[in-house]
Each structure stands twice: as structure tokens, then as C-alpha cells.
Unconditional design. Structure first.
Lengths: 344, 350, 508
């Protein structure tokens, strides 16, 4: 009996001790945010927004795919006001599933370039992440590097490092290649990439960088901010790794380096629509753009904003201006094609 | 006559196996009824049905005139007022002796009652011991005290003494039965030990293959078995074939008058109903084996074209000695031989 | 929910993709499950036997040391071991420095690597159940077997092992289910399994129907395996034959050294080394938010774990009883089916849970009982998700405990005037105490480590230690993830040791 009683007491205490969930019923102005971003510096964004507007932000942070599924199951009852993802593909899917509503805002339209937002305002990009080639300074000369397409060349046999094809950054990169060259060409390209790999794709972008520094391969495909983060690390081992690496922006002589976006949309059933739009506009403001740029070493979408000193040293580059809506939509085809080509 | 426990027409099957096939029983207060039968004869099933551990499929069970179990009625075990003791005591290992005995008790008298019961089973002072520290006999006595504690109307004992060693068994048994009689509880004791049944029972119900062969006080059952199976159940018996004609039964051991119609009969003779004398004529029997059993000895005697007989061996009997055998015709039980097909008919007519 | 998916039309893209990848995934899954199952079985049973049946120095300490790898979430073990053993890690770097090019480049992130790490992470389940099984095992029977001339080895294989089999199988079933559901660690080792297929189909391809069909397929496989085991076990029922304290086998000096090595190896690999890795990382570059911020995280984790453990064990008791009382195959099958959630990858399962809760809310709204979201995004929803996921653990514990409660106890209690409910309180719960504590402990630690369901079902502004560790790790900031990881381990250790002491003290 004592055991049962103990269990019951534990349950009751537990229910009392935990904060109650229903944020949407608070009297004050609130905003419910579902975000796929997992960067600590984002907290500063929320604090800043709350300080300006007095709106309290409730956050659920998780995998964008699962957040989308949660919104689907919640349906009309969903408390979500804003959905933020770290890539265009997920925004495209949320829009396809009817989870976003169009937002017409002169401010957003004036701040964010056309190719970084949905043509009808269903979603907007707030930061750019460039997918670049990282090379070992002591073994590769930048003059040997040129384009993504070139990485399929046999001269890189056994020297290339890249993460799994199922990762969204790779899906979007391949999606942009499909838009540029069509599927048959890209499948051949993916086959070349798979042949050139120094090892089975594994880990995240940082793991590829570490492997290049350790000499397991000579070139890797990675987002810029992972390199920047190593350079800015307080850990001397990380900085030593980064010192061995060079950053190369591919395709400068044609369409430009592939750029993905982290962006957001207003949920179609947003209970606090006004606050949601206000929040999106805030994300495009100078202050928010600076936090994105300095906090996580991402590229701001708004022209003329300050960059983090680390990525500033890599200088300006030409970016692929294909709409995120296009390569986002290509994601499923890209996955199929890369798996067919043997890129796990 | 008051009846405390009555069982009528009990039938039970597990899947295709008919375990009980029409059981009728009654037990009076202060009476000890033994269910005697080989394993698999359905003894334990009867106990489980009486205790309410299983619902009755067919038939009825009443205690003190109240219907406890029937096809449409199932009083749960805890409201039947029955006590149950198993072969191994099944004491709760996490409770002390006092905890076990007091398990079914409530209220202020609990402590006194526990002490009283332990006193009566001779285990005063064992209150705070745990079951695993007790001997088998002590455990069984605690189990009995535990079952008696709520003052049940009916006590069911399922081979409670079988696991005890021979010397301890008799003592524990006598004490237990005395205690049960003193408590005035109607007792059903399940056993496969005929001697035990005869020693303690007021009446014995002989059970075989789910049916009751015969119910009677031990002496009646021993001396007047209904047929050869009933006779064999209680102890050694000689079955001698005979033929009745003209009011006389004719056997290998002689002729004598009986009040039976003509036909083949079984003559049932306990060993002690046969007398062995030195041979003084024909037909003569030969002593084939002698077994010494302490107070008495048995001998097996054979003759040409006759099945061997088991007899009490008088002192001085030797192997291979020629003897003559005389039956005590006043005690011999003569019953009509029941061929198998007759039994089958009997079964079908029920 | 999962079953319903079978009726949905398949996405053509999915059909095409599955034709390409599924054969590989299936082969990997089979290799992984067989590999982990066998090695966890051998490791768990061996250590349990050595600790319970042999004279070993430090046996009492080893007894609970061997459980410690449970405190580490599998994905963190994967991180730590990879950090040590991969190409760029210290072990292989040192080897290269010593031997230059002659040092073999071992690919740690591979199927064998994954099997090794999962074995180390999961063998405690087998160990715990096998240990309980051996302790319950009949000393009489072992003595009989020795008297019949069977040495320790033959006695082990012919008597102790068969007697402990139901318990061992219960532990093994947990290992197999967990292996099938494992995603993070397996993904980290670049091994694509059936679960990867489910994820890929659902999330990268955006085809929930396809994913659910795969999950249903997986469930059918697990269900089939379990049913097979039950059939193989047949009617054989192992009851406690008693017989006093177990005799322990004395070991020679060499054998003692060997036995100690076998017992310490998993402890070192599964607890001490990772503790060292995370300890170093935490000291060098710990999470900047350590301190006051961690108190609510710790509170959330612990309270959630305790609440879930209490609820789930209560549910398991109820279900275990339903099976014992009803004695019907249908009820038993239904209960077992409800416990299959453990074999479903957490995030797939949690999305299923979300759908159920969403439907519940819509239903409540339609009936006018409530407006808006009632269950969705509440702690209740989270507890429900844990229940679906971890019921198997508690149920296995309750079941294996109930199997040792002799039916005579029930009969004796009932005839003494005790109804079924009070009988449960006065007989079964005290007798089941050890099993229940073990079950509650496992659930608690698992909830503490649980990630996918917590991540997606939780309410707003609700973080746990596991969530925090994941946030940092998924941001590829492993060194900072060390701080919450260590906190999880610390929070898990307290009850592990407490339970071990509570159970050890009671053993007679």
C-alpha cells in the first residue's frame, strides 16, 4: 500500500510542480513561437523583441519537421503564431501543407530581396547561410577549386568529405543544382561526389571540418558559420583546427555560391496574428539582423548590414539568386536522386 | 441432522477433459470428510470449487443453506467463510508469523486472537518470526492457525500433511484434527493416503476419475466396499472370482450361502479375513513370498491355475511351505461382477 | 493510428526511394539487431552470473556499478566514444603520431562501432533482469544438479539459465526494441537502418503515410518475434522452488582476475570513460548557462521522470493484473500490443501521439466540452507520450515479478476474506516491491534521457536537461553539451544507487 501511495503522491506533486502549458490564455500580449533554430543567441532576439513591444514570447524549439507535424495534428486549435525553420525546404513544405498564411508588408518587402522570400508573402528569409568549399590549406591551393560541379571530378577521388544526403543543407544545394542543370546531369554529378568521398558520409558539418584538419580528406562542403564558430571558439584546440582550413566560395564566375535561408512564416491559424507580423518585421530590423550576424555568424538578408568580423574577412561573394521557393520544392527529388547515386 | 456444506451434481471440465462428472457431497458441522483418491481424480478441483477459486460450471454448492456457487451464482471466496490450507503452507514470505495468522483478522481483538491461536497450535512466542525460519511442521501449523483465525464455517485441507516427514506427520495431523473438531468446523480433507483417511475421517468419499465410488465411515468402507475398486482404494484386498447358483457362491476357497441372484461375482477378501493353516489335504497352496512389516507380516501364496492370494502370515510360516487357506465367509464381501459394458450403460443412463 | 496508415495510398516517390534504399536498410537493421542482441545477451548474462553466483572481491560494489551505463543517454555515449575513437580523435591521432602512416585508419563510425556502443549502452537491461532471475533461481535445483555431477558450467547451462530464461528474455526484449527504435546514435554512426528509412520517408520526403507504413511493418516484425518467444516458452512455468541461500562458487586467482576484467570492462567503457570525456569537456568549455538556469531544467527533468515513473508503473500494475485475473489470451495479446510502443522510434511515436491528442481536442471542441487546445501542448500530453513509449519497461518488470507470486498466495488471501484489491495491496505489492522499484527506476532514467517525444510534445518554454543537451549537441557544440549531459547522469545516478541499496538491504 505504501508503494501505491508513494506513486500517487509522486504523480500529484509532479502535476502541481510543473508549469502549466496553455500559454495562449494569458491576459498579456503574447506570441507563440515554433522554431527549428537551436542557437542560444536567439534568446537575445526574443528578449530584445519583448523589451521593445512588451509582448511575451513562448517558445517551443524542435526539429522543424516535427514542429510541422505538430501543427498539422493541432489543426485549427494550434497555438502557433510563427514557425521558424533553418532552411527553405521546410518553409516550402509548411506552405504546401497550408500551415502558412500570406503576409503583405511593405516593410518586409522593402527590406528582404525578392529571391529570399515567397512571391506571395507566405514566408520570408531572415538570414542567409552560404554553402562553401572548405579545404586544407597545406594540401590544396584555392586555384585548384572552382565550382560545386568540379567536386565530382576524378581528381578529388578519395579526398572529399560531406555529410549525409538526407541533410537539408545538402538537399537544398542539390535542389539548386537541379534547377540549374536538370536531373540527369545532377544525378551523374551526385554519382561523382559519392565516388570521390574519403569516407562514408557521417556526422554534421563540423565533423567534416575536423576530418579535413585531421587529414582524413582534403576538401569538404560546409556552411560558413560552422567554420566561423571554430575560429571564434574559446577552446584553443578548435581554433587550431580552424587555422588549418581555408574557405572557398564556389561558382563565382557563373550563377554564384548556393545560399540557403533561415526564415519564418505566420501560421495560418495564428491566434495572435498582429503580434506575429510585428515579430517578422522585427526580425528584418537592423537590430535583429545584427544579432543574427554577430551572434551566429550568419549573413543578414538586409543589404548593408554589419557582418561578424570573422566572415567579413572572407569578403563579399556572388550568391546564387535562384528563389528559395524553387530549390525548396526540389528537395524530395534531390533526396531520391542522391540515394540512387549512392550518396547515403 | 444439520448439513453445513452441501455439494450436488457438480460437473467440471477443463477444455475437453471432464474433471468432475457428477459429485454429490455433504458435510456436517464438526465432521471430517476425507476425499480419498489417486492424483488426477479431481480432489483438488472440488476444493477449489468449494472455496470459490473457480466458478461452478454445473451443479450447486451451499454452505449453511445459502447458495454459494452455481452456474448462475458465484460468491467470491472472501465472502464464503471457508478456510484453506495447502500441501506446502504457502505462508506469505514478507509477513511475520503474527502477520500471517492475523492476515484475515480485523479489529481490536486481533492481537489476542493471534496469541490464542498460536497457543493452541503450540507456537506461542513465535509471533515475530518469519516463515522461512520455521520447520515444515511449524509452517503448516501456522498455516492452519491462519486459516482458522477468521472462524470459517468450512475448512478445506489440500494434502496438508503430505510434505511432512513420517514421524512429524502423525503428530501434526492428530493435533490439527483435534483443533478442528474443537473449533466445530466442517472439514474437508483431501488426501491420497488411505491410512491417513481412515485415521482421521468421520466419513470417506472415494473418488476416481471424477466420480464418487462410495461414501461411508472408514470401517464401513473397509469392511463393506461396494466393488473391487472401492475395496482396493482402502488397502490390500484379494479379489476371488466366483459363481452364484442356487443361493450359494462357489469359489476356489469354498462354497457358502449368499442372498444374490445367479451369475458371476467378485468375492472381496481382506488379507486378515483369510486363515492360513499347515496343509492337511488338497488343494494346497505354496508360500511364494513373505514380507515382514513390523507388527504384522504378509505372505503371498500361490496354487496351480489360481491367482496368488495375500494373507496375514502367522508366526513360523516359511517360504515354500505347503498351506491351506480358509476364508471367513461371514466377512467376505460378495458383489456381482460388473463387466465393462455394464459400466458403460450405467454411465449413459445418468 | 499506425494501422490506419496501411490503408492509405502509397506515395509514388516513396515507392521509388524504398526500392533503392530499403534492402540496405533491412540488411543493416538485421545485422544491428542480431549483433546488439547477441552481445548484450552474452555480456549481461555473464556479468549477472559472475556477480550473483561467484565469490568476487568487491561484488557488492560491482553489483550496482554494472547498472551505471544506463545513466547515459545512448546518443551521448555515441558522442563520447566517437570523440575518443574516431579518426580525428585522441586515440587514433596518438597512434598516428607514434607509428606514422603505419597506423591503421580505423573507421569507428561503422556498423561494428554502432553495435559496440549500443551493446554497452543497453546490456544493463539484460544484466538487471538476469540478475533478478538468478537470485530467484532455485538453490535446491542447483544443489541437485551439482550432486548429479554437473560442474558449475554445466549447472549454469542446464539449470540456472533455463530457469532464469523468462527474466532474461524480458530484458533482451527491451534491448531489441530499444535497438530497433534507436535513431540518434545509429545515425551518428552513419548506419542506415529501418528507422532511418522511417525518418527519411517522413521528414526528408514529407510522406507521413509511407513512414507509418514502414512503422507498421516494423511493429509487425517485433510483435512476431515476441509471439514466437512466447510460443517457444510454451506452458513451462517457472515457480520459485526455494531452498535457502544460493551457494557461491569460489574462483581461482586467475579466474578472479578474468571475472573482474569482464565485469569492469563495460563499466569502464560505458560509464567511466564517457564520464571522463564529458568531464574534461565540461571543465574546459562547459555550457555558459550553467548555474541558476540549470535549476528549472533539473526540476523539470526530475519531476517529469518521477511523475511518469509513478503513473506508468501504476498503469503496468493495472495491466499486469488484468492479464493475471482475466486469464484470456485476447486480453494478454491486447496488453502486449499496447507495450509495443517501445519499439517505435520516439519521434515517429510522438507525432502519432500528437495526432491522437489533436483528435481528442477537436472531439472535445465539437462536443462543446472545451474550447481550443485542452490536451495538446500540456504536461498531460507529454506524460501520455511517455506512457505509450515506456509502458513496455514497467510491464516487463511487473510481469516477471508477478510470475513468481505463487497462485496459492492468491487463494489463501481470498479465502481469508480479502477481496482482490486489498489482496493486491497486502500480498502482491510487498512481494513485487523489488520488481516495481526496478521498473520505476528504469522508467525514471529513461524519461530523464528521453528526447524526441519531449522535444516535440512539450509545452511552451519548457526545457529539460535532455532537451538542453540536444540543443547544444545538434548545434554541433559537443563540448558545451557536456554540462547538461553530466547533470542528466548525476540525476540518474541518485535513484540508481538508492534503488540498489534499498533492494540489497532487503535481500535475505
Amino acid at each position: 500500500m505504501a508503494l501505491i501511495r508513494l506513486a500517487l503522491v509522486a504523480v500529484l506533486l509532479g502535476l502541481l510542480a510543473l508549469p502549466q502549458g496553455a500559454a495562449a490564455q494569458q491576459p498579456e500580449r503574447v506570441l507563440n513561437l515554433y522554431t527549428g533554430r537551436h542557437y542560444d543567441t536567439d534568446q537575445r532576439l526574443y528578449d530584445l523583441y519583448s523589451a521593445f513591444t512588451g509582448v511575451k514570447i513562448y517558445v517551443i524549439q524542435g526539429d522543424a519537421d516535427q514542429l510541422i507535424q505538430r501543427m498539422v495534428s493541432e489543426g485549427r486549435n494550434s497555438p502557433a503564431d510563427v514557425l521558424i525553420t533553418v532552411d527553405a525546404g521546410r518553409l516550402w513544405r509548411a506552405e504546401q501543407l497550408g500551415l502558412c498564411q500570406p503576409v503583405v508588408s511593405d516593410y518586409l518587402a522593402s527590406r528582404i530581396p525578392d529571391h529570399l522570400r515567397h512571391p506571395d508573402g507566405y514566408w520570408y528569409g531572415f538570414t542567409k547561410r552560404a554553402r562553401v568549399i572548405v579545404y586544407a590549406k597545406d594540401r590544396v591551393s584555392p586555384s585548384e577549386l572552382s565550382t560545386y560541379e568540379d567536386l565530382a571530378d576524378p581528381k578529388w577521388r578519395g579526398r572529399l568529405l560531406v555529410r549525409s544526403s538526407s541533410n537539408v543543407y545538402n538537399l537544398s544545394l542539390t535542389g539548386s543544382l537541379i534547377a540549374a542543370h536538370g536531373e540527369p546531369f545532377v544525378e551523374e554529378w551526385a554519382r561523382g561526389i559519392a565516388r570521390n568521398l574519403a569516407r562514408t558520409p557521417q556526422g554534421g558539418d563540423t565533423d567534416q571540418l575536423l576530418a579535413v584538419a585531421a587529414g582524413q580528406g582534403d576538401v569538404a562542403i560546409s556552411n560558413t558559420y560552422y567554420v566561423a564558430r571554430l575560429l571564434a571558439s574559446s577552446n584553443p584546440e578548435d581554433r587550431a583546427v580552424a587555422e588549418k582550413l581555408g574557405v572557398f566560395f564556389p561558382n563565382q564566375n557563373d550563377r554564384g555560391t548556393h545560399v540557403n535561408i533561415s526564415g519564418g512564416c505566420v501560421a495560418s491559424n495564428a491566434p495572435h496574428r498582429a503580434e506575429a507580423i510585428e515579430f517578422l518585421e522585427f526580425l528584418a530590423s537592423d537590430g535583429a539582423q545584427a544579432i543574427f550576424a554577430l551572434g551566429n555568424h550568419e549573413y543578414p538578408v538586409v543589404a548593408g548590414q554589419a557582418l561578424s568580423p570573422i566572415i567579413e574577412q572572407w569578403g563579399p561573394f556572388r550568391e546564387d539568386t535562384i528563389s528559395a521557393a524553387v530549390f525548396g520544392a526540389n528537395n524530395p527529388r534531390a533526396l531520391l536522386l542522391m540515394n540512387r547515386a549512392g550518396w547515403r | 441432522m444439520t448439513v453445513r456444506l452441501a455439494v450436488t451434481g457438480l460437473r467440471h471440465r477443463y477444455g475437453a477433459h471432464q474433471v468432475l462428472d457428477g459429485i454429490d457431497l455433504f458435510v456436517e458441522p464438526v465432521e471430517v470428510l476425507c476425499l480419498l483418491g489417486p492424483s488426477g481424480s479431481g480432489k483438488t478441483t472440488i476444493l477449489r470449487l468449494i472455496a470459490g477459486l473457480e466458478p461452478v460450471q454445473e451443479g450447486t454448492i451451499t454452505i449453511d443453506g445459502r447458495l454459494m456457487g452455481g452456474p448462475a451464482r458465484h460468491t467470491p471466496p472472501e465472502r464464503r467463510g471457508v478456510g484453506l490450507v495447502f500441501q506446502d503452507a504457502a505462508l506469505f514470505p514478507h509477513l511475520t508469523v503474527a502477520g500471517n495468522v492475523g492476515f484475515g483478522l480485523r479489529g481490536g481483538e486481533r492481537r489476542a486472537r493471534i496469541a490464542d491461536l498460536l497457543e493452541r497450535v503450540g507456537l506461542a512466542g513465535f509471533e515475530s518470526r518469519y516463515p522461512h525460519t520455521l520447520s515444515g511442521g511449524q509452517q503448516q501449523r501456522v498455516a492452519l492457525a491462519r486459516a482458522l483465525a477468521p472462524s470459517p464455517a468450512v475448512m478445506l485441507l489440500d494434502e496438508p500433511f503430505a510434505a511432512l516427514d513420517a514421524i512429524r506427520r502423525e503428530q501434526v495431523r492428530e493435533e490439527a484434527i483435534a483443533l478442528l473438531r474443537e473449533a466445530g468446523v466442517a472439514t474437508v480433507l483431501v488426501t491420497h493416503d488411505a491410512e491417513e483417511a481412515m485415521a482421521v475421517a468421520d466419513r470417506i468419499a472415494l473418488l476416481d476419475e471424477g466420480r464418487i465410488l462410495q461414501t461411508a465411515p472408514p470401517r464401513d468402507l473397509y469392511e463393506l466396499p461396494r466393488d473391487r475398486r472401492a475395496a482396493a482404494a482402502l488397502g490390500k484386498v484379494n479379489v476371488v472370482l466366483g459363481e452364484v447358483a442356487d443361493g450359494r457362491v462357489r469359489t476356489a476357497l469354498g462354497c457358502w450361502p449368499v442372498a444374490l441372484p445367479a451369475g458371476p461375482v467378485d468375492v472381496l477378501l481382506r488379507p486378515e479375513w483369510l486363515r492360513v493353516l499347515p496343509a492337511d489335504g488338497e488343494p494346497s497352496w505354496r508360500v511364494a513370498a513373505i514380507r515382514f512389516q513390523g507388527p504384522i507380516s504378509y505372505a503371498w501364496v500361490t496354487a496351480d491355475r489360481q491367482p496368488s492370494l495375500i494373507v496375514l502370515a502367522p508366526p513360523g510360516l516359511r517360504l515354500d511351505q505347503r498351506v491351506s487357506v480358509i476364508a471367513d465367509s461371514t466377512r467376505a464381501v460378495v458383489v456381482p461382477t460388473r463387466p465393462r459394458h455394464v459400466e458403460a450403460l450405467d454411465f449413459a443412463s445418468r | 493510428m499506425v494501422l490506419h496508415s496501411l490503408t492509405l495510398p502509397a506515395d509514388p516517390l516513396w515507392i521509388e526511394l524504398s526500392a533503392i534504399v530499403l534492402p540496405t536498410y533491412l540488411a543493416n537493421t538485421v545485422l544491428l539487431v542480431v549483433g546488439v542482441g547477441l552481445s548484450a545477451l552474452v555480456l549481461g548474462v555473464t556479468t549477472a552470473w559472475l556477480v550473483t553466483m561467484c565469490h568476487l572481491p568487491g561484488r557488492r560494489v560491482l553489483d550496482w556499478l554494472l547498472v551505471l551505463p544506463l545513466a547515459f543517454p545512448t546518443y551521448l555515449l555515441a558522442y563520447a566514444s566517437t570523440d575518443l575513437f574516431e579518426y580525428a580523435g585522441p586515440v587514433q591521432s596518438t597512434l598516428r603520431r607514434w607509428f606514422g602512416a603505419a597506423a591503421p585508419g580505423i573507421e569507428f563510425r561503422s556498423l561494428p562501432g554502432a553495435i559496440a556502443v549500443l551493446t554497452i549502452a543497453l546490456y544493463p537491461y539484460v544484466y538487471l533482469f538476469a540478475r533478478a532471475g538468478f537470485l530467484r533461481g532455485s538453490a535446491t535445483l542447483l544443489q541437485v544438479s551439482r550432486a548429479l555431477g554437473c560442474g558449475p558450467w554445466r549447472s549454469f547451462f542446464t539449470v540456472a539459465l533455463p530457469l532464469a530464461r523468462p527474466a532474461i528474455v524480458a530484458g533482451l526484449a527491451l534491448v531489441l526494441m530499444e535497438t530497433l527504435a534507436e535513431f540518434g546514435a545509429v545515425q551518428y554512426f552513419a548506419v542506415d537502418t529501418f528507422t532511418t528509412g522511417i525518418y527519411l520517408t517522413w521528414f526528408a520526403l514529407g510522406s507521413p503515410a509511407g513512414a507509418m507504413q514502414l512503422a507498421a511493418f516494423l511493429l509487425a516484425g517485433v510483435g512476431g518475434l515476441l509471439a514466437l518467444e512466447r510460443v517457444a516458452r510454451g506452458g513451462g512455468r517457472v515457480a520459485d522452488a526455494g531452498g535457502g541461500p544460493l551457494p557461491r562458487y569460489p574462483l581461482g586467482r586467475l579466474a578472479t582476475a578474468g571475472a573482474l576484467t569482464i565485469c569492469l570492462l563495460p563499466v569502464v567503457l560505458g560509464f567511466i570513460l564517457p564520464l571522463g570525456v564529458f568531464g574534461r569537456l565540461a571543465v574546459e568549455a562547459g555550457d555558459a548557462r550553467l548555474g541558476v538556469d540549470y535549476l528549472p531544467l533539473l526540476r523539470n527533468s526530475v519531476v517529469l521522470g518521477a511523475t511518469a515513473a509513478g503513473l506508468i508503473v501504476l498503469a503496468a500494475i493495472a495491466l499486469g493484473y488484468a492479464m493475471r485475473i482475466a486469464k484470456s489470451r485476447f486480453v494478454a495479446a491486447l496488453v502486449r500490443f499496447s507495450a509495443l510502443g517501445y519499439a517505435v522510434p520516439g519521434s515517429v511515436l510522438s507525432v502519432g501521439v500528437l495526432a491522437v491528442i489533436g483528435a481528442f481536442d477537436r472531439g472535445a471542441n465539437a462536443l462543446g466540452l472545451a474550447a481550443g487546445l485542452v490536451a495538446g501542448g500540456s504536461i498531460g500530453a507529454l506524460l501520455y507520450a511517455y506512457g505509450v513509449r515506456f509502458l513496455a519497461i514497467a510491464l516487463n518488470a511487473v510481469e516477471s515479478g508477478l510470475a513468481t507470486v505463487r497462485p496459492e498466495f492468491d487463494a489463501a488471501a481470498r479465502t481469508l476474506g480479502i477481496g482482490p484489491l486489498r489482496q493486491m495491496a497486502r500480498i502482491h505489492l510487498p512481494l513485487l516491491r523489488a520488481s516495481l522499484l526496478t521498473g520505476a527506476l528504469l522508467v525514471f532514467v529513461d524519461v530523464l534521457k528521453e528526447l524526441p517525444a519531449t522535444l516535440i510534445v512539450r509545452p511552451f518554454n519548457f526545457d529539460t536537461l535532455a532537451v538542453r543537451a540536444y540543443q547544444l549537441a545538434s548545434d554541433e557544440r559537443l563540448s558545451e553539451a557536456a554540462t547538461p549531459a553530466l547533470t542528466i547522469v548525476a540525476a540518474g545516478l541518485v535513484p540508481v544507487i538508492m534503488t540498489s541499496l534499498a533492494l540489497g538491504g532487503r535481500r535475505r
